[in-house]
Unconditional design. Structure first.
Length: 274
């Protein structure tokens, strides 16, 4: 059974030095506000170098690749590269490419579940046993060989974990407010929510693209799966926010007055916010 120390040792941070540029090859993307070009799935981005590193990493946003700047594989890339495929890269062993790229998509989902379960362990102690068991089971799935990984019904496993995470969220948010606001899945694109009291609110899966959340109180809000692209979080209070991925912050706007959970980094562009 996993312990708190075991969970902390789980590698859920991207390590590009140990990957094969999988996020630059496996996904498809279309020219948009997030990507400057169209790219087919399985086709290397033209900015990917022979060393599997991005040639414009330091200027991604300026070059129109904000989507790349905000992407986080949560360690799935190096897990596929070093564990699933034992260090064989898709250039030297091109026959591995289709399976490797497909495995990356599955692994990314599993690592996201690991990340959420790790977060839940810290806020829902009454569910510690169930959360630890789910964490152990998910970690075992990440160590399947390529064939078994590709045969995995990751959606079914995700549904099982989702129910547990929802219970954990309810426990944590119930401690912060008697009747938390439920805006889960809501279309809040461009919504005017300046200084809104969203303490302990469920914003799970909400569309917050371009929403004005300046000065909003988001303490203990559940932001799992919320689309925060372009949301204005200047002066917002996100302390204790649940299931808040670093990539969600990286895709939003904020400034030096935005209050963050201790384990989240303030995106560099925020420090230059007017």
């Amino acid at each position: 059974m996993a312990t708190g120390d075991d969970v902390r040792r789980t590698d859920l941070r991207a390590d590009c030095e140990r990957c094969f540029g999988l996020c630059c090859v496996a996904p498809a993307f279309s020219a948009s506000a997030d990507f400057a070009i169209d790219k087919r799935a399985g086709l290397p981005c033209p900015n990917l170098g022979p060393d599997f590193r991005c040639g414009i990493h330091g200027t991604l946003r300026q070059r129109g690749f904000a989507g790349c700047a905000a992407f986080d594989c949560l360690g799935a890339g190096q897990k596929v590269a070093r564990v699933t495929f034992g260090g064989r890269d898709w250039r030297q062993a091109p026959e591995t490419a289709p399976r490797m790229f497909a495995a990356f998509a599955v692994m990314r989902q599993l690592h996201e579940l690991l990340w959420y379960l790790t977060e839940a362990l810290a806020v829902a102690r009454p569910l510690h046993g169930e959360l630890s068991a789910a964490l152990d089971a998910t970690e075992r799935l990440t160590r399947l060989d390529a064939e078994a990984l590709l045969a995995l019904d990751v959606r079914a496993h995700g549904r099982d974990v989702d129910g547990l995470l929802t219970r954990a969220s309810s426990l944590a948010r119930g401690a912060g407010r008697r009747r938390p606001v439920d805006r889960g899945g809501a279309d809040l694109v461009g919504a005017h929510l300046r200084r809104a009291d969203l303490r302990a609110a469920s914003l799970r899966g909400a569309l917050l693209l371009g929403a004005d959340l300046r000065g909003a109180d988001l303490r203990l809000a559940d932001l799992r799966g919320a689309d925060c692209r372009g949301a204005d979080l200047c002066g917002a209070d996100l302390r204790g926010a649940l299931f808040l991925l670093q990539s969600q912050l990286d895709s939003a706007r904020g400034d030096a007055t935005t209050r963050l959970p201790p384990a989240r980094a303030r995106p560099a562009p925020w420090l230059a916010h007017p």
